[in-house]
Design a binder for this molecule. Structure first.
Ligand SMILES: NC(=O)c1ccc[n+]([C@@H]2O[C@H](COP(=O)([O-])OP(=O)(O)OC[C@H]3O[C@@H](n4cnc5c(N)ncnc54)[C@H](O)[C@@H]3O)[C@@H](O)[C@H]2O)c1
Length: 402
């Protein structure tokens, strides 16, 4: 039996999924190796700060550093030191919206020489269906029985520390031993374990994100439809959901952006021979929303003589992550049509951005790009034409009513 001087190694441990998970396990008393190629992010973490916004994480980080429960490494050889290896690297789609199928398999090819059959390998990244079986096949080419588990991450970015304690954890594995071992691992941090077969777990994760993406598309389509006859969708939605459970899950309209929802919907489409009409329709609606807004504004203003301010550049509220944010697409389309565009954000640090006060003072049109809490009390002067998809602003506007 191999001897391990560490409990868990999180590969991709400096990332948005890996780091909160590493901290949750460290808080549960585990010795955790944060293995990542991003040495700049690891330096920030070592200094006791988070490299991105994750609510509630810094006290756990301070505690873990103080207790010497974290070890930082970019050396793949250190992976051999831990009983559990959890893989949380990114699994993007390419510029043609095709999943980069090889990314995870290539990683395992590289890591193979450092992995041991006595370890439990936990895949946590969101994967193209059947990837985990391929990983298992790849590892077992040496004739050993490997324990490969798939335990997808389902947290909302920024709120992982809270949600890891609250969400049931899906656990699946290549053998009863793999399932048993991964169950013992997640029993330390999760309130409940739900067991599935590997393929079921892969689909459960992808379906969850595609379902959310389709729900947002329904709301966005309703928003555009209502808007086309001058009706305020938020007002309609409030009436629909009030005391009426069957409509309660209708989200508000807004940009459905970020690195996961579109990507995972397209993974499903690719898996199904590119036949996912509902997913593709959702993409057309959600990705078309910035263009719809520009068209709407251009009917009221000559864009080449208009300064437009975008309030909020992160991909969702109250975080600092701009990955695949549709606010940037909105800005690009506005500029293409000749508008002068100002950007502002409460969390994203960019020297070209202006404060929300300056943006409001200088813009004729203000579009809310993301509903940061800081915008809730914001009252815009009456001369500003406000486009407020979520209805967050502190005054009734053309398109958003509190
Ligand atoms: N971000 C979310 O909210 C979220 C939620 C659920 C699931 N997911 C899924 O989790 C996975 C990771 O997403 P993320 O947002 O954390 O990505 P991320 O880019 O924030 O983190 C990935 C980390 O992996 C590191 N990395 C890449 N290759 C490596 C290698 N060979 N060795 C060591 N480290 C390596 C990167 O440096 C990075 O720090 C994706 O599959 C994503 O779809 C993300």
């Amino acid at each position: 039996m191999d001897q391990y001087d560490q409990d868990i190694c999180v590969v991709g441990g400096a990332g948005h999924v890996g780091l909160p998970l590493a901290l949750a396990f460290a808080a549960a008393g585990q010795r955790v190796i944060i293995n990542d190629l991003n040495t700049a992010a690891m330096d920030v973490i070592k200094s006791g700060r988070m490299p991105f916004i994750e609510y509630g994480a810094e006290p756990l980080l301070a505690e873990a550093l103080k207790a010497n429960r974290l070890l930082f490494s970019s050396d793949p050889r250190d992976i051999a030191r831990a009983k559990y290896v959890i893989v949380t690297i990114g699994t993007p789609v390419d510029e043609y919206l095709n999943p980069k199928l090889r990314a995870l398999l290539d990683l395992f090819k590289q890591l193979r020489q450092y992995l041991r059959p006595s370890q439990t390998i936990v895949i946590r990244s969101t994967v193209f269906p059947r990837t985990c079986r391929q990983v298992e096949r790849l590892l077992s080419q040496d004739g050993n029985q490997w324990r490969v588990a798939y335990c997808p991450e389902r947290i909302a970015q920024g709120f992982a520390i809270k949600e890891l304690k609250e969400l049931p954890q899906i656990v699946s594995g290549s053998s009863p031993e793999a399932v048993e071992s991964a169950t013992a691992l997640f029993d330390m941090v999760a309130p409940e374990i739900v067991h599935l077969e590997i393929e079921e777990a892969e689909l459960a994760k992808l379906f969850s994100n595609a379902w959310r993406y389709i729900q947002f598309a329904a709301a966005n389509q309703f928003y555009m439809l209502a808007n086309s006859i001058g009706v305020d969708f938020n007002h309609v939605r409030e009436a629909m959901v009030r005391g009426y459970g069957r409509a309660a899950t209708l989200p508000s309209a807004g940009f459905a952006a970020g690195p996961c929802l579109l990507k995972d919907t397209m993974q499903l489409a690719a898996f199904n021979n590119n036949s996912f009409p509902l997913g593709h329709a959702a993409m057309a609606i959600n990705e078309g929303l910035p263009n719809f807004l520009v068209d709407m504004v251009s009917r009221r203003h000559n864009l080449s003589e208009t300064r437009v301010g975008i309030l909020g550049m992160a991909f969702k509220a109250d975080i600092d992550d701009i990955r695949d944010s549709l606010s940037y697409k909105l800005g690009k389309v506005l500029r293409f049509h000749g508008a002068d565009v100002l950007y502002s954000d409460e969390f994203v640090k960019d020297p070209t951005f202006v404060s929300k006060e300056e943006l409001i003072a200088r813009a004729q049109v203000v579009i809310v790009g993301v509903p940061h809490t800081a915008y809730k009390a914001l009252v815009l002067p009456p001369h500003i034409d406000a486009v407020d998809l979520w209805g967050v602003l502190g005054k009734p506007s053309c398109h958003g009513v509190m």
